[in-house]
Design a protein around this ligand. Structure first.
Ligand code: TEU
Ligand code: CA
Length: 563
């Protein structure tokens, strides 16, 4: 007899990520804003999600769209005011929606007053807030590359030393080994908690504790080494436990750590179920199955067997000891329907629903990235001038200048993998600019808004939107979806992702076809007695249940069986 599930509200919730710049513009300047979000809370309530994760809304010079923060306690002017924020928070709460803030504290903007002070002199009181090192033999302290091209070290003429920036030059890394820095961060977090927010998504939190020595790594094609050695550093768990005690324990929060470079073993520590650190982490292994030996700039398609291996290892590995977060998309990833399904007119809806089924019925808290619930697709960008993301623009420049790729090749890879695919305006309706703005949008609108938009899908029972609603509703009425244990069937099948969930005397069978091939599938012995089978959901309305089933292109079906 298995123990009762360890019930938590954040396990039973569905989180919706908003990228404010691209969600809804309320004043015609072409940039999404807080008032725009407030206007659309009813839409989210209708969808049925419980929690909103807001990408950064703090004051920022926008080198990296808000992930470079110059004041943690004020709102980016383009997005509105603190009054607008308070209004949004109050309205959200009155509709039963929680708000989780993006916490970006691995680094600040170089325009943050701490850094402005820090770079002034070696004896400035803020010097030790950041990571300064002497050069080595007239060069950078080590050979790490930044995530956004070039060295991870920037020479500063003022004091003739280098500062560390794992991301852009305008994102200097904070020195978490300095207790004063930690206390500043905790005080700021408590200020937000006191405002009534409901949790934090923690940007690259696995990177905050730096190694004692910066040794060279193995250089890649551009001559720099990956800074992956900086992940899960020596004191990261200590610092998060301190954060738990000084901040998180003061409220009933949802916490999710973005953990690039996290292994399963590490994740068990971050997301440990005794709640000493975080509730869950975003792992990235499944985002790498279609990379080319770690290189993101390729149009290689994944092998479904690799995806199943990774996700199954995480499903089984965390069960009972930690908690998974489930995602196909966020603001850093291309659109899943273009990446793992099909964005053709014929299969866009059905494959978007299949992907939703596959993800939402696994064990973990599902995250929906804005527009995913419509099956929004990648974008037909033209030349490099259509892109806005600094990662994409820098990579284009660096890799074409070095002759690694031609311009045409690089544009092809960007159209497939650029983060900007996720950042074009939300498609509200089929009016000009997809109903996102009355002005000129800051980034192009995907021209397919004429046939992919919320207005059309809200009205249609068979839309991707309605399907998401149904999946969320099912989660609220079937404990097995939240707490059932997971097992994979057919690990070697290249087209079908089939798994089961088990809780008490119930078993759920989830069958998802990731291909256009029609496949025969024989139901397992425990799911043969039609009197004991209920179809929970499926993306081909007509599908009947039969001992041997035909699974059509991108078909998904979930059956609940009494055992
Ligand atoms: O991302 C960090 C990260 O590890 C990656 O997802 C990385 O940005 C991506 O692989 C590049 O393609 C976080 C934020 O989500 C991202 O938007 C920020 O740019 C970054 O940190 C720096 O704050
Ligand atoms: Ca605006």
């Amino acid at each position: 007899m298995k123990a009762e599930p360890d019930r938590k509200w954040w396990k039973e919730s569905v989180v919706y990520q908003i990228y404010p710049r691209s969600f809804k513009d309320s004043n015609g300047d072409g940039i999404g804003d807080l008032k725009g979000i407030t206007e659309k809370l009813d839409y989210l309530q209708d969808l049925g999600v419980d929690v909103i994760w807001l990408s950064p809304v703090y004051q920022s010079p926008n080198d990296d769209n808000g992930y470079d923060i110059s004041d943690y306690q004020s709102i980016m002017e383009e997005f509105g005011t603190m009054e607008d924020f308070d209004e949004m928070l109050a309205q959200a709460h009155s509709k039963g929606l929680k708000i989780v803030m993006d916490l970006v504290v691995n680094h600040t903007s170089d325009e943050h007053p701490w850094f402005v002070e820090s770079r002034k002199s070696k004896d400035n009181p803020y010097r030790d807030y950041y990571i300064w090192r002497e050069g080595k033999d007239g060069r950078e302290p080590n050979n790490w590359g930044s995530c956004f091209s070039g060295s991870a070290w920037m020479y500063d003429g003022q004091t003739q030393m280098y500062y560390l920036h794992l991301f852009s030059q305008k994102q200097p890394d904070l020195n978490w080994d300095n207790e004063t820095v930690r206390n500043e961060v905790f005080t700021m977090m408590n200020w937000w908690i006191d405002k009534g927010i409901d949790g934090f998504r923690m940007d690259v939190i696995s990177l905050i504790s730096k190694p004692a020595e910066f040794v060279d790594g193995k250089a890649g094609v551009e001559g720099y080494a990956s800074f992956s050695d900086a992940a899960n550093g020596p004191h990261v768990h200590e610092y998060l436990q301190e954060m738990r005690q000084k901040v998180l324990n003061r409220a009933d929060t949802l916490t999710v750590g973005e953990c690039s470079g996290v292994t399963l073993e590490e994740a068990k520590k971050y997301a440990r179920s005794d709640e000493k650190e975080l509730n869950m982490v975003f792992q990235f292994e499944h985002m790498d199955v279609d990379a080319d030996e770690g290189n993101k700039w390729t149009d290689k398609k994944m092998d479904l067997r690799d995806m199943k291996e990774v996700l199954t290892r995480w499903q089984k590995g965390l069960e009972g000891v930690a908690w998974n977060s489930l995602f196909w998309e966020n603001h850093d990833q291309p659109r899943s329907v273009s990446r793992y399904g099909s964005d053709s007119r014929e299969y866009q809806e059905v494959s978007a629903k299949m992907l939703a089924t596959c993800l939402h019925l696994m064990q973990g808290t599902p995250y929906i990235y804005q527009g995913q619930e419509l099956g929004m697709t990648n974008v037909p960008f033209g030349g490099i001038e259509d892109f806005r993301d600094l990662e994409s623009i820098n990579a284009y420049r660096e890799l074409t200048e070095q002759g690694v790729y031609t311009q045409e090749e690089m544009l092809k890879y960007l159209r497939y993998k650029s983060r900007d695919n996720a950042r074009t305006p939300f498609q509200w309706d089929d009016s000009e600019n997809a109903g996102f703005t009355e002005g000129t949008p800051w980034i192009m609108v995907n021209p397919n808004y004429k046939w992919i938009n919320a207005k059309d899908q809200i009205a249609r029972k068979d839309s991707v939107f309605s399907y998401y609603k149904e999946l969320i509703r099912l989660r609220k009425s079937h404990e097995i979806i939240v707490y059932g244990s997971y097992d994979l069937l057919l690990p070697e099948d290249p087209d079908l992702y089939v798994y089961t969930r088990t809780l008490g005397s119930e078993k759920m069978l989830v069958i998802c076809n990731f291909s256009e091939n029609t496949r025969d599938f024989t139901l397992p012995g425990w799911c043969q007695d039609s009197a004991n089978i209920v179809k929970l959901i499926g993306n081909y309305g007509d599908a009947g249940i039969d001992g041997s089933m035909r699974i059509r292109a991108y078909e998904a079906v979930a059956l609940l069986c009494k055992i």
